[in-house]
Design a binder for this molecule. Sequence first.
Ligand SMILES: Nc1nc2c(ncn2[C@@H]2O[C@H](COP(=O)(O)OP(=O)(O)OP(=O)(O)O)[C@@H](O)[C@H]2O)c(=O)[nH]1
Length: 430
Amino acid sequence: MADLYSNGYPNGTSTTHSLAQSNATMPVIRKKLAGYVGFANLPNQVHRKSVRKGFQFTAMVVGESGLGKSTLINTLFNTPLYPPKDSLPPSAERPKTVAIESIGADIEENGVRLHLTVVDTPGFGDFVNNDESWRPIVENIESRFDSYLEQENRVNRQKIVDNRVHACLYFIQPTGHSLKQIDIEFMRRLHTRVNLIPIIAKADTLTDEEVRDFKARILADIAYHKIHIFQAPTYENEDEETLAEAAEIASKIPFAVVGSDSLVETADGREVRGRAYPWGVVEVDNEDHCDFVKLRQMLVRTYMEELREYTNDVLYENWRTEKLLSMGVAQDSSVFREINPSAKIQEERIMHEAKLAKMEAEMKMVFQQKVQEKESKLKQSEEELYSRHKEMKDALEKQRGDLEEKKRRIESGRPLTPEKNATKNRRFLR
Ligand SMILES: Nc1nc2c(ncn2[C@@H]2O[C@H](COP(=O)(O)OP(=O)(O)OP(=O)(O)O)[C@@H](O)[C@H]2O)c(=O)[nH]1
């Protein structure tokens, strides 16, 4: 049954609203379709395309040496991304300054490919003076933005490689006190450039109570220093389950984690990823034991795409604006002016008419000029003709006078040319 809507179109008719209607002032008319059109399949199309292309994610780990960074990354992605420490050659010594090292791996889960890059920062916080430890890390993150900007500005942008850091796991030493100066300085310097995810390392070395108090003090420090850490976003119209999940994740920040890539046996005979102690087993994947599951949920399961999006839309975009402004590139705000199509057409018509009027005036001027030129030429030739006519008339008058003189002489019998006759007579006399 095709019922009629307020605009008079039958239900299910695809109506094209004028561009003006898309403005915020115009109401959006929701329509029901009479039959299956097919655009409900769009998410599947995007899904297939994304699966075919694969995903790219870059995570950075920062924290003092021995806080369990490599172990946690291996635990997170369930892959021995970092080789065991005892397999490293003896020459693999600690660098003298903060170094930046990347490890890449292609991992696959249920047919979905993920190219994961982990950027490690060995040496951070390991020196007597760690005042500038953050600098090489900021420089590295910004140089990745630079490389992306350079690729964006290329003529051919078919193959942009996104090496930007999408998340930074910052490992906090499990002191149980509060943040150290190096932690605050690092986060203050980095929070505008990268999604910060603070982590309390080796949480199994603290009691539950200590973890709770430590978290509260860390959050207070973060708020005091106005440090922005990544928060799980929530959107309008989201179902209660999603909102509860986001709230649950947010309540665990900073994540108190335990890492282990080896299996241990629990008292009840289960084989789990965890750490065995004489008093029992700390299970990595048990939410009652640590926040590892919530961290993985935030970083991988639920918000990986959000982390990528926030990096691109906010962090990179802000950096790009700052960079271009510092280079003296100014934005022409008129390009973002909201345009009303009918006003635009009217404006164009006025401009067109003005152009026509100008052309007409110019043509008139040219025509007048030509007419004037012609007139003056005609006047000139008229004057020339007149003077020639006068000359000829004078000559004829003169000729006539001469002839009349001749006639009079002949009639009066006088010689026509007296001098000539006189010469003749003189010859006869000789
Ligand atoms: N108690 C405890 N020990 C851990 C945990 N995670 C890792 N470790 C141990 O801590 C030691 C250092 O772990 P790594 O993962 O190599 O630490 P790292 O931060 O990568 O160290 P560097 O490579 O030196 O920067 C290893 O002996 C790990 O087994 C944890 O959650 N709890």
